[in-house]
Design a protein around this ligand. Structure first.
Ligand code: PBG
Length: 327
């Protein structure tokens, strides 16, 4: 008598059996919603390449945060679009700049119901669209830039940020921000570091959302990571943690599941992944044509990001996925 073949299908027979043995569970608690607030508008503005996402007014932002909070989404990342851009991006640290005002609105209204995480970068605020100070030769000056990040971190902390999220990929940015926060009396304000952020072509729709065009058709390959590399991501993560990062993030997500897994295996701090604008837009475009089931693919993609090792997922799908997980 021969041994029976292994019966792997027994545990797949019913939905309850499948639920019982599921190794990865995506929950509302894992989700962070990115939101945009724009200065000087009176009605929310749709973003053509990000269907369902808008540039908010200060009022509509607070309403949307309430909706997300009542769905159980624990956190939001906030991006500002100022009316005035200049070479330094000075609206980023203006105490009356749009993100600072919006953070105060959110804190007043929500108290501690949501974790408030302003993105900390200069590209939304500079007239040339780079993430820092541009030298005459067109390169970005690392050390001059991180001084401005440090200033911005203090302004964001003063306005009520729980965590600041530096996304500019300058060397030493986390250390400079940690020092400035501690020096300003904000030792309770944490840092979610965009640690392994790749120079991806998937950020296109985001740049529409924040009205950013990089001058002269330039790119960010001089400071964001080259997507041919994985080991380098671990070096970035190690450096950020040594400088004081509380959470490290990999970005984008789906094409970088190997990086997420390697980062998770290399550290004990929470690991976040950013499911970026291009990933969202591809899904929405195919779903709109009826070529894929958008809701099913959304759950499959976000669960895969979690399975790879992400503890936290930043995604434009947060609201709708929270609705389907709650429903
Ligand atoms: C930089 C920043 C970018 C994104 C988040 N923070 C754009 C960039 O690096 O060019 C992209 C997010 C997305 O594509 O959803 N402030």
């Amino acid at each position: 008598m021969s041994f029976p073949a292994q019966r792997l299908r027994r545990l797949r027979r019913t939905p309850a059996l499948r639920r019982l043995v599921a190794e990865t569970r995506l929950g509302v608690d894992d989700l962070v919603a990115p939101l945009f607030v724009r200065e000087g508008i009176t009605e929310p503005q749709p973003i053509a390449s990000l269907p369902g996402v808008v540039q908010h007014t200060r009022d509509s932002l607070v309403k949307e945060a309430h909706r997300l909070s009542s769905l159980g989404v624990p956190a939001l990342v906030l991006f500002g679009i100022p009316s005035r851009k200049d070479p330094e991006g000075s609206e980023a640290w203006n105490p009356n700049g749009i993100v600072q005002l919006a953070l105060k609105d959110l804190r007043d209204d929500l108290d501690d119901a949501m974790v408030l995480i302003p993105d900390l970068c200069l590209d939304e605020y500079t007239d040339h669209g780079h993430c820092g100070i541009v030298r005459p030769d067109g390169t970005v000056d690392n050390d001059a830039t991180i001084e401005l990040y440090a200033r911005t971190a203090v302004a964001q902390a003063e306005a009520g940020a729980d965590l600041v999220a530096p996304s500019g990929m300058m060397d030493g940015q986390v250390g400079a921000i940690r020092n400035a926060l501690d020096g300003g009396g904000f030792n309770e304000t944490g840092i979610l570091a965009y640690a392994a952020k790749f120079a991806s072509a998937l950020y296109g729709p985001f740049r529409d959302a924040v009205d950013v065009t990089i001058v002269g058709g330039g790119d960010r390959k001089g400071y964001q990571q080259d997507w041919h590399n994985r080991g380098e991501a671990l070096a970035e993560v190690r450096a950020d943690i040594a400088e004081g990062a509380d959470i490290v993030m990999v970005k984008p997500a789906l094409a970088y599941l190997d990086v997420i897994a390697a980062v998770k295996a290399s550290t004990d701090v929470p690991v976040a992944a950013y499911h970026v604008s291009g990933e969202y837009s591809m899904l929405k475009a195919a779903a709109e044509r009826g070529w894929i089931d958008g809701e099913a693919v959304a759950l499959e993609h976000l669960t895969a990001i979690k399975r790879a090792g992400a503890d936290i997922i930043v995604t434009y799908l947060a609201g709708e996925v929270a609705e389907s997980l709650n429903g």
